[in-house]
Design a protein around this ligand. Structure first.
Ligand code: ZN
Length: 289
């Protein structure tokens, strides 16, 4: 090796190292900048079928910036789903169980005219009351379904305006206005509807989002059983996971919107006979303590 080529190579290495350091500083800088600007909501896509939500951390943030979801730990994917696995420190005090021997079914991301009526019919068939964590824009678009949910004796939970997984990283004012806008859409459909629960999309809890929800009179609600039905694993797998993991006090996470939920509907048809034989099922109360 000649001196020239050796020098050139050394210079090349120095250049790479400097570039790497600059890149790291850039990423670090980005991660330290408070995220005040609205950004594309991770996990939300829109197509001809309407909005698709995914109750799990996004696969990647632009620029590799850690998302609120990833900061919050492995929430809402398989292992995430479980409040037991997520750990109390990641939940910021959000309820993951009913606190009683009773089991609660929760349905997220709706209402959706394709699936919510099917879910309501099955729940009615088994005389089961459940809790619906509705997305504000969907409540605004389908007020009749909000009315149907309430008329059937089910209870409501605020699930943010646009299923914003990163909502917890925004300012308290931004969080407050999102939650209030969602409640207003629900109450435009059903005036005086009790809305005493809030579920953060993606389970990406932060102290500010928990704090604002509580200030607005809503109790943060997580879950303890997650069959990851958002990932469309098929009715058989959804059924098996729920029946295997259900225990007294479980809060079961299911979805009646946000994508193709026919598998969830079919699973529910199989789950209800078994669950109702083993547990008392309840809608989460409108007077949580
Ligand atoms: Zn959701």
């Amino acid at each position: 090796m000649t001196r020239v080529s050796s020098t050139a190579r050394a210079a090349g290495i120095v250049t790479l190292v400097v570039a790497g350091l600059l890149g790291s500083a850039y990423v670090l800088g980005r991660s330290l900048i408070p995220d005040q600007q609205p950004r594309d909501t991770p996990g939300v896509t829109t197509n001809a079928d309407g909005p698709h939500y995914a109750d799990q951390p996004s696969l990647a943030e632009p620029g590799g910036t850690p998302s609120a979801s990833s900061n919050a730990g492995p929430v809402e994917t398989g292992q995430d789903g479980s409040g037991r696995d997520a750990g109390g420190d990641k939940l910021f005090g959000a309820h993951a169980t009913t606190g009683t021997p009773r089991l609660a079914l929760t349905f997220d991301d709706g209402p959706d005219p394709r699936y919510t009526p099917q879910v309501l019919a099955l729940l009615n068939e088994y005389d089961v009351r459940a809790t619906f964590c509705v997305v504000g824009e969907n409540a605004q678009n389908h007020p009749d379904l909000i009315q149907s949910i309430v008329d059937a004796g089910h209870t409501l939970c605020n699930h943010s305006w646009h299923h914003d997984v990163g909502l917890g990283t925004r300012s308290a004012d931004a969080i407050r206005s999102d939650l209030l806008r969602t409640n207003a859409a629900i109450r435009a459909a059903v005036p005086n509807a009790p809305i005493v629960w809030y579920r953060q999309p993606g389970g990406a809890w932060t102290y500010p989002v928990v704090s604002v929800a509580r200030q607005l009179g809503m109790t943060p609600l997580h879950w303890s059983v997650d069959p990851s039905d958002w990932d469309v694993p098929g009715a058989g797998k959804i059924t098996a996971t729920v029946l295997d993991q259900a225990e007294p006090g479980s809060v079961v996470l299911l979805h009646d919107a946000g994508g193709n939920r026919q598998g969830t509907v079919e699973a529910l048809r199989r789950i209800l006979p078994d669950l109702t034989a083993r547990f008392e099922l309840e809608a989460l109360p409108t007077d949580p303590t």
